[in-house]
Design a protein around this ligand. Structure first.
Ligand code: AMP
Length: 222
């Protein structure tokens, strides 16, 4: 039986984690299990369950472990006959992490590899990236440093005034970083101790981050 390959991706808001998860998924032909996307999908479907979720998601709070673990287990079953999977946004705490490892062990015995990839970024850069974002009603997005609008705070496409997204305001961004650190720091230790943590510098360009991830995965024969 061929060993299954699993990856867990960690990265603070603004690290470009989602983009990298997509690229790794395409290269290794592994499906993505993104708990955030699965929850948003439920929310959009407008099911009674989705409506209950809405109030939690809109406040940016964590959905109870029992719900998350059930969603992950269902999705793991769906992919049981393929090469493995990439987890995005899961696990977010020790309970979820234990559940994941217990479930994989139950299904695949010792017949699987699992590694974690952390896209690392300092708090200063996260703040710079997220608080510099400016958006327009028409959907255009700018960044004061990386993709500045030519004419101050006016959209190039439709001349409307640009604004800052509510969750990009400094107080909120600081809170998002605090939540991320509170969740992730304790569980990273586990991967470090297992020598299964790949740390990638998130300050580089998207293409370079991507090359670095592929290179590190190659080193471990992923
Ligand atoms: P994300 O797209 O990963 O930032 O997730 C969006 C939202 O979904 C989060 O703010 C949480 O409310 C919820 N969520 C996603 N994944 C989890 C998880 N593993 N545990 C608890 N809540 C989650």
């Amino acid at each position: 039986m061929i060993k299954k390959n699993f990856l867990v991706f960690f990265g603070p808001p603004g690290s470009g984690k989602g983009t990298q998860v997509e690229k790794v998924s395409q290269k290794f032909k592994l499906p993505i299990i993104s708990t955030g996307n699965l929850l948003r999908h439920e929310q959009e479907e407008g099911t009674p369950f989705g409506k209950k979720l809405s109030s939690i998601l809109n406040r940016g709070e964590l959905v109870p472990d029992i719900i998350i673990n059930k969603i992950v287990a269902e999705n793991l079953e769906k992919i049981s006959n393929i090469k493995g999977a990439i987890f995005d946004g899961f696990p977010r705490n020790e309970k979820q992490q234990k559940f994941l490892l217990r479930t994989l062990k139950k299904v695949y015995k010792d017949n699987f590899n699992i590694y974690a990839v952390l896209i690392n970024l300092s708090e200063k850069i996260i703040l710079e990236r997220l608080t510099g974002r400016r958006v327009c009603e028409c959907g255009e997005t700018y960044h004061l440093l990386y993709n500045p609008p030519r004419n101050k705070n006016i959209c190039l496409k439709c001349d409307k005034k640009l604004f800052i997204r509510e969750d990009d305001k400094p107080v909120i961004v600081k809170n998002r970083i605090k939540i991320y650190q509170r969740e992730i720091v304790p569980i990273l230790k586990f991967w470090e101790n297992k020598s299964s943590l790949i740390i990638i510098n998130g300050k580089k360009k998207i293409s370079e981050i991507n090359r670095n991830i592929f290179r590190e995965l190659k080193k471990i024969n992923f």
